[in-house]
Design a protein around this ligand. Structure first.
Ligand code: FES
Length: 230
């Protein structure tokens, strides 16, 4: 495969032609906020709108998860326009999130905390009116707990369950503010023939899906071939 050279924040790097910019940047130790992208998904939904960067020659910032690297590309991950868009998207997202880190199993490993720190914004932003739902927590699975109140609708769990595992227990229902990740007819997860592999938990960037005993079942590692790749 052909290699291309590009510059990220003044640093020269190489990447594989056709690779998405997000992975090339992350692989070179430079962080870009991201919630919805998965490396194995070649058709990213770009749903979270958090990975904006500026590319020389382009008038508007682009989402790094959908942009392919090209020879000679010059990228600024900290440009004013890109950061303004990312901050707005993040604060809007947090306006509909319950923030209770002290009582969350994902405290200190939550991607939302990392993004807030990176952007220099608070998790409890006052910029937008707070609008949160009080949805029931589903603990019917023997392996994991699903708290839809902590879900950011990134769609990673839906994609992994359907595309990687070919099961499709999880999906989206409703639109707008009512949108939610759920099962068919909103039945409890424990009622479905889920493999209980925990792959949905492994790709969840927040505390929406967490293992009951804090660790994944053996079948999860077997499914991934022990690679640990999510
Ligand atoms: S990671 Fe690019 S839009 Fe979500």
């Amino acid at each position: 495969m052909k290699t291309v050279s590009l510059t990220i924040d003044g640093k020269k790097i190489t990447a594989t032609e056709g690779e998405k910019l997000l992975w090339a940047v992350l692989d070179n130790g430079i962080y870009i906020p991201n919630l919805c992208a998965l490396r194995e998904n070649s058709e990213p939904s770009a749903a979270c709108r958090l990975c904006f960067v500026e590319v020389e020659g382009k008038e508007q910032p682009v989402t790094a998860c959908t942009e392919e690297v090209t020879e000679g590309m010059v990228v600024n991950t900290r440009g004013t326009k890109a950061l303004r868009l990312t901050r707005s998207a993040f604060e809007l997202l947090m306006a509909s999130q319950v923030v209770d880190c002290a009582h969350c199993a994902s405290n200190d490993s939550c991607e939302l905390q990392r993004i807030a720190h990176h952007l220099g914004v608070k998790l409890k932003s006052k910029r937008f009116r707070k609008l949160v739902r009080e949805l029931p927590i589903d603990d019917s699975s023997p392996v994991f707990i699903y708290d839809p109140n902590k879900c950011v609708l990134c769609g990673r769990c839906v994609w992994v369950c359907r595309e990687r595992l070919g099961i499709g227990v999880l999906g989206f229902a409703h639109r707008g503010f009512e949108r939610v990740v759920t099962t068919f007819a909103g039945e409890p997860l424990g009622k479905f023939k889920c493999q209980e592999c925990g792959e949905c938990v492994n790709v969840c960037p927040t505390g929406a899906l967490v293992f009951k005993d804090g660790k994944e079942p053996e079948i999860g590692a077997k499914i991934r071939g022990g690679s640990g790749e999510v």
